[in-house]
Ligand binder design. Structure first.
Ligand SMILES: [Zn+2]
Length: 175
């Protein structure tokens, strides 16, 4: 990738991507970090550089009203002119069915000290539910739509809608 980058810059391949920090479509998309969506999602929606803000995390949902995804949305709305938010889940998401207890087990296998995990639990941090995924992707997307719509710091005129993208065909289903 580093060698490719030197070639990319020296050949001025960047010129076709020139744009500003303000999203032309005034839309922010919250979606999953899944590898299948890296090119498929922008291609399937006709998104070009400069069109939208894309905020990604594992699962594409918001589980805490003050997490970094909400913070990014607030920046997009107040600083960058976004007036619509699309929450896009996808089929076959790895976070669907993810088990917090199982991940804690994997952490211990990789050398994370049991004492540290126990200490965090004693400090009141519910690691298992923090690491837990969702059991129903549609329901998780709709919960996130509800959370953004009713967030006390999100203005009421912001449009928020939920979707599921087919991870193979890119087809977008409106929820
Ligand atoms: Zn996913």
């Amino acid at each position: 990738m580093l060698a490719y980058n030197r070639q990319f810059v020296s050949s001025e391949a960047y010129k076709e991507f020139h744009t500003s920090k303000y999203p032309d479509k005034k839309i922010a998309i919250v979606t999953c970090m899944d590898t299948r969506l890296v090119q498929l999602l922008p291609a399937a929606l006709g998104i070009k550089n400069g069109d939208v803000k894309i905020i990604k995390n594992a699962g594409g949902t918001i589980t805490n009203p003050f997490d970094s995804t909400i913070r990014s949305l607030l920046v997009a709305i107040y600083e960058l002119g976004v007036n619509e938010v699309m929450i896009i889940g996808h089929t076959g998401c790895g976070v669907n069915g993810m088990d917090g207890a199982e991940m804690l087990h994997l952490m211990k296998e990789r050398g994370i000290d049991d004492e540290h995990i126990t200490l965090m639990k004693h400090c009141g941090i519910d690691l298992e539910s923090w690491l837990h995924g969702f059991d129903d992707t549609e329901a998780a997307v709709l919960e996130t739509v509800d959370l953004v719509k009713n967030h006390p710091l999100v203005p009421k005129d912001i449009i928020v809608r939920g979707y599921i993208m087919d991870s193979v065909t890119g087809e977008l289903h409106t929820l």
